[in-house]
Design a protein around this ligand. Structure first.
Ligand SMILES: Cc1ncc(C[n+]2csc(CCOP(=O)(O)OP(=O)(O)O)c2C)c(N)n1
Ligand SMILES: [Mg+2]
Length: 731
């Protein structure tokens, strides 16, 4: 899409010719040195006064519309305008990258978002360019301006911002990467409130921004409150003091109620970050003249004196006074600019209210988009040709390692990172074997592709996934590893609220392609509660995530190849117990053998009943079926779903129609396990075909124990599956 950039008006006080929407403000109004006030060209200050009035007028209009139920939520940018407009003077839309906060209305206006676009989101219109009516007001997003689609969790934007800055460095050194572009001196802007600095993700992001000297500009807009919680209840000291131990972080403190002071600080901070010497943090005092949001009444917890003091230091008021006192603006012109701003916003609101609401039929658009791929025929069990000429077959873990080597050699956008995934310190590589992950799955990737493509991260799971999100948004294909499924939870916010929602929340304008590899599962004898969990159903419950769970080598390779073709986040579950099992071994499949998601397979034929399963219970189900058949108890088939999001409903329906009896087996706990979903679906879609109730076998509803005796009792065993299958056959 080509964006309209209006020409600057010669007279910054003149009405914009663009009708109901305000012109994009040019960053290049020519002024002479002599026309500066406290170092800021008068023309810029006047333009920013106009924009500040527009920003405040949008707040006021939205609040009025909210009272009329034409807008359904409101959160204001009031009090933050001077800071944001001063910053915007030094930042470059469509060049730098932006991870703004919900109070950054004035910033996005200065970058080029129009009041009409803002109001289209407020009224929830289908034409809202940031989200198509899916997100609350003030959740910005504009790919052309590099304003990255925003989510609501406070602080979660910081880690993707760091990933974005990493992409700047990686891509600018590799200008030919398909679909990626970067400028060597671009920076990543991320802002948050003083309250949000209490979030761990903020601190995890600072860690990496400083360790890697990344071009990130942090802006903490300190209005003294997080809803009703005063800053003194958040932390033991102001944020600019708290961050002092971060080596390499340039910190600035400014009273950003004063536009001119903010301007000066912004100039220094931006120049510092743009020079490439490392991150900076601006701690800025701002005001919050309006309540936190339309749902809040700040008079309940703030004194009249405090509010009066804020009103007296309102940044727009201070800017106006400064311009008037300098003789740059008359009171009449100031009033006129304010009135014009209100009128423009009123016109924009009228246009937004006339715009169409979303079609309910589009609710499911942009959850995920699977690349079309034909389902390849299953490779022959034994490949033709003389056996001695063939490579030895590989077990699941070795096949995944080889597949990672293969895809990384083909696609330089892929980067593997996580805890322990690298081989060793670069200077030791000639002398040591290399670690390559606690399961050895990533061994040799650093050695072959270099540290830029396979590297260790801090021991911080949100950091790992959040940085992947930022890189994915920039067009890279990050492949983060979570060391054990049991430790994925610190990353849950980044997986669920960031990665999985990017496509939907931006109405398809941003995507988040990444392959998150996660060793999972038990049957380890001694793994205990924090090295043996499953829990895949928690992730199949998240719209926007794809979930693969292979049980043998060739499927893992085919699925991994497909995962890297996807434009959506994939959770790629690698069962720890299967990594080295002989029964997972396959010849490494030809490069063209790509297995699209959502296609199961009949792993063992049978005619009397169907077991539907995946992961480690596939083999156990096959053994149970063999046991039953050997004893003359009946013929049981085993279906391996291979992926759970999406899962192969068609195959299951076909097999239910053929055998009329279904047993679902999984290693995860039984209650609310994914088997519950499949069972419910079968009773809805295949009820007429059933001759028996759908049965389930899963782990006991407790955690996995250390004692082998307990572990055996808790996780489903071959005998448990065989017993359930016999009962099903006997029904
Ligand atoms: C992770 C998370 N917890 C809670 C909330 C609810 N919430 C929204 S804004 C907010 C206060 C944020 O305060 P601050 O960061 O100081 O920003 P301000 O609103 O003052 O600009 C809270 C608690 C949220 N959006 N995300
Ligand atoms: Mg605050």
């Amino acid at each position: 899409m080509t964006r309209r950039i209006d020409q600057p008006s010669e007279d910054p006080l003149r009405e914009s010719p663009s009708g109901s929407t305000v012109s994009r403000v040019s960053r290049r109004t020519p002024v002479r040195e002599a026309e500066a006030l406290r170092g800021v060209p008068i023309a810029h200050a006047l333009e920013d006064y106009r924009l500040a009035c527009t920003s405040r007028a949008i707040d006021d209009r939205e609040m009025a519309l909210q009272k009329q139920s034409r807008v359904f939520f409101q959160i204001a940018g009031a009090g933050h305008e001077a800071l944001l407009l001063a910053l915007a003077r030094h930042l470059r839309p469509g060049y730098d990258w932006f991870f703004p906060y919900y109070r950054d209305l004035a910033l996005v206006l200065a970058l080029g978002v129009t009041p009409e676009e803002v109001l289209l989101q407020a009224v929830g219109s289908a034409l809202d360019p940031a989200s198509g009516g899916r997100q609350m007001p003030s959740h910005w997003g504009d790919p052309d301006l590099h304003i990255v689609t925003q989510s609501s969790p406070t602080g979660s934007q910081c880690l993707p911002a760091v990933g974005c800055a990493e992409a700047t460095r990686y891509v600018s050194r590799r200008p030919d990467l398909p679909g990626c572009h970067a400028h060597g001196d671009e920076l990543t802007y991320v802002s948050l409130g003083e309250g949000a600095t209490s979030e761990g993700e903020f601190w995890e992001s600072l860690n990496t921004a400083c360790t890697l000297h990344l071009p990130v500009l942090y802006v903490v807009a300190d209005n003294g409150y997080a809803i009703s919680v005063p800053a003194v209840d958040q932390a033991p000291a102001p944020i600019s003091e708290l961050v002092r131990g971060f080596r390499g972080l340039r910190t600035y403190r400014v009273d950003a109620r004063d536009y001119f002071a903010a301007h000066q600080t912004a100039a220094h901070a931006v120049a510092h970050v743009r020079a490439g010497t490392g991150p900076a943090l601006i701690h800025a005092t701002v005001t919050r003249p309006y309540s936190h949001s339309a749902a809040d009444t700040q008079a309940k917890y703030r004194s009249p004196e405090e509010l009066a003091d804020e009103a007296a230091h309102d940044p727009i008021r201070l800017l106006r006074t400064a311009l008037v006192e300098a003789g740059a603006l008359s009171e009449e012109d100031a009033d006129r600019i304010q009135a014009e701003a209100r009128q423009r916003v009123a016109d924009a609101a009228k246009a937004a209210m006339a715009a169409p609401q979303p079609d309910p039929a589009t609710a499911l658009d942009h959850v995920v988009a699977l690349p079309p791929r034909p389902v390849p025929p299953e490779p022959p069990a034994a490949a033709p040709g003389a056996d001695e000429d063939r490579e030895p077959p590989l077990a699941l873990g070795a096949a995944i390692t080889r597949a990672l080597h293969e895809v990384m050699a083909r696609d330089e956008r892929i980067r593997v990172f996580g805890e322990d995934v690298a081989d060793a310190r670069q200077d030791l590589l000639d002398d040591v074997e290399g670690k390559g992950g606690v399961f050895g799955t990533t061994q040799g990737l650093q050695r072959r592709f270099g540290l830029a493509r396979c590297f260790n991260t801090p021991l911080a799971e949100a950091n790992i996934i959040g940085r992947a999100v930022g890189q994915a948004i920039r067009g890279l294909r990050p492949a983060p590893e979570i060391q054990f499924f049991d430790y994925i939870w610190p990353a849950m916010q980044q997986l669920r609220s960031e990665a999985a929602t990017v496509r939907w929340r931006s109405n398809g304008r941003f995507t988040c392609p990444m392959v998150v590899r996660v060793p999972i599962g038990g049957y380890l004898t001694g793994g205990a509660i924090w090295h043996s969990q499953c829990g895949e159903s928690i992730f199949t419950h998240v719209p926007g995530l794809l979930v693969a769970f292979p049980s043998r080598a060739r499927d893992a390779v085919g699925l991994l190849r497909y995962a890297f073709e996807c434009e959506d986040p994939v959770l790629f579950l690698e069962h720890k117990h299967l990594l080295r099992q002989a029964y997972t071994k396959d010849p490494y499949p030809d490069e063209g053998w790509v297995l699209p998601f959502g296609h199961g397979v009949v792993r063992r034929p049978g005619s009397d009943a169907t077991i539907v399963t995946w992961g480690a219970t596939v083999q156990k189900s096959v053994e149970a079926a063999d046991q039953i058949e050997a004893a003359g108890g009946g013929s049981v088939e085993v279906v391996d779903l291979r992926t759970l999001a999406p899962w192969d409903q068609q195959l299951v329906a076909e097999r239910v129609a053929a055998t009329s009896r279904v047993l679902i087996v999984h290693e995860d706990v039984r209650t609310s396990g994914f088997g519950a979903e499949i069972a419910a679906w079968i009773t809805e879609a295949c009820f007429e075909d059933l001759d028996a109730p759908v049965r389930r076998v899963g782990a006991l509803d407790c955690h996995v124990a250390y004692s082998p005796v307990l572990e055996r009792a808790i996780l489903p065993q071959v005998d448990d599956i065989a017993d359930a299958a016999r009962a099903l056959l006997a029904y």
